[in-house]
Ligand binder design. Structure first.
Ligand SMILES: [Zn+2]
Length: 102
């Protein structure tokens, strides 16, 4: 996975285009990520007991990784991620400024 938990990302399309948020979860099997406060869906929840009010709950929905870009901490731009191998370690690098993405 090029995107890790805790990364700062930017939405590339959709209603949240251009917005940034933190990655809460990644699902490598599906290639999807969950971003804090982005791609929200509203759910109407009915009151379970009598007299209890129904509620509208907003919840994040998983997004395909192709719709987001990692924001580089060094240059502050949304970028594509490359890999660089130094010794035994494989590190992620920003394709724009070539610095390591932690
Ligand atoms: Zn950069």
């Amino acid at each position: 996975m090029k995107i890790h938990k805790g990364d700062n990302i930017m939405m590339l399309n959709g209603p949240d285009k251009g917005k940034t948020g933190k990655v809460l979860k990644v699902t490598p099997a599906d290639n999807t990520v969950l971003i804090e406060g982005l791609n929200m869906v509203k759910r109407h929840v009915r009151g379970r007991k009598q007299g209890q009010k129904g509620q509208v709950i907003s919840k994040e929905r998983f997004i395909d990784t192709s719709r987001v870009a990692v924001v580089c901490k060094s240059c502050g731009k949304p970028t594509r991620i490359g890999f660089s191998v130094t010794g035994e370690h494989k590190v992620r690098i920003c394709r724009k400024c070539k610095s390591e993405v932690a």
